[in-house]
Write a protein that binds this ligand. Structure first.
Ligand SMILES: Nc1ncnc2c1ncn2[C@@H]1O[C@H](COP(=O)(O)OP(=O)(O)OP(=O)(O)O)[C@@H](O)[C@H]1O
Ligand SMILES: [Mg+2]
Length: 325
């Protein structure tokens, strides 16, 4: 991908969480999460992140947002993610989370909440700011009169529209949508999905769409990355991966998703949790313990992401030594 087309570059990003073991005196436990994650995104691209619960999707999203510490590099629109650059970064990347109620201060009116990012960044006069709030409300399909309403007067879908409106106020290039439709009713979720598509088309907005719903990801995303225990195990065009998943874990994930058939209903396609294998594979493939085709080499050899796409075709990367693609 030429440098000028790139919006997001994630380079060798790793991080750990420190957890307390057995109460105050129990000492610390270091839990590795992301393991040298690499990812590139074009301007205006919709990128899906999938993988079972706990694999590190939110952690990667929060790293891109600069909300947690990590090793490695994250560059957004030419700017390195750095705590000192947080203000500039907020104008490049914003987030929409699962629970709209938790994201909005119930004591404030919608107009105040949406104006807040502009106030914090000292953008425009009061009048200019209110005009921008009106524009953002229209963009998310709400009437400007919603400015005067309070959070509790809104439905779940309207609250999520306000959260998306707040995220748009600083005109970011990228939005991280982390399970942004998961808490909504099916029909409301579908409307919010359409809104994301509409914003992508009208504003050229890029999206990292994190979801358990494989059908929705297929419908919405240009490319996807499948994560397993903190690593990307497969990455490529959504179409190509859904048509012919190459990594045994991706196959398992798609097999475990009821109704992934394109004709089936969108919202029945979340994957079921696959029972976890407690024992970590020492140095080799992290999926080896659950893979029906594992060999000795799988357990012993660290796996790298390798390209399996023919030359001149869109990259399709897989982390598997079986090479049965
Ligand atoms: N603040 C934290 N402190 C300690 N461990 C954490 C913390 N946040 C997440 N983890 C752990 O890090 C791992 C990755 O969590 P993360 O939330 O990124 O997963 P996820 O893929 O988003 O899962 P889900 O699909 O359930 O949202 C999990 O094992 C989780 O328990
Ligand atoms: Mg998550």
């Amino acid at each position: 991908m030429p440098e000028s087309e790139m919006l997001l570059q994630v380079r060798g990003v790793s991080n750990t969480y420190i957890t307390q073991v057995h109460g105050v005196w129990g000492g610390k436990n270091i839990k590795p999460v992301l393991d040298r994650v690499d990812l590139d995104m074009r301007h205006g691209e919709i990128f899906g992140l999938v993988g079972e619960s706990g694999c590190g999707k939110t952690t990667l999203g929060r790293s891109i947002l600069g909300l947690i510490d990590y090793e490695g590099d994250i560059i957004i629109d030419g700017l390195r993610q750095d705590k000192k650059q947080r203000r500039e970064m907020a104008r490049k990347v914003q987030a929409v989370f699962q629970d709209p109620s938790g994201s909005l201060n119930p004591a404030k009116r919608i107009g105040w909440l949406m104006e807040e990012p502009l106030r914090v960044h000292r953008i425009g006069t009061k009048q200019e700011r209110l005009k921008k709030v009106d524009e953002a409300l229209r963009l998310v399909g709400l009437d400007p009169s919603y400015k005067a309403r309070r959070v509790q007067e809104l439905s779940g879908g309207q609250k999520q529209r306000v959260c998306i409106g707040c995220a748009l106020m600083l005109e970011p290039k990228l939005i991280i949508a982390d399970e942004a439709i998961s808490s909504l009713d099916v029909s409301v979720g579908a409307q919010i999905l359409n809104l994301f598509q509409d914003l992508h088309r009208r504003l050229g907005l890029a999206l990292v769409f994190i979801s358990h719903n494989l059908k929705v990801v297929y419908y919405l995303c240009d490319r996807i990355a499948v994560m397993y225990r903190g690593q990307i195990v497969e990455l490529g065009d959504a179409e190509a991966i859904y048509a012919a998943p190459a990594h045994p874990y991706t196959r398992l994930l798609l097999d475990a998703a009821p109704g992934i058939d394109i004709r089936a209903s969108f919202f029945t396609s979340s994957y079921q949790e696959i029972p976890d294998e407690p024992e970590e594979t020492a140095s080799g493939c992290r999926f080896a313990g659950r893979c029906t085709r594992q060999t000795r080499a799988c357990r012993d050899t660290p796996q790298e992401l390798i390209s399996i796409a023919p030359p001149r075709e869109a990259p399709h990367l897989v982390r598997c030594c079986l090479k049965e693609f």
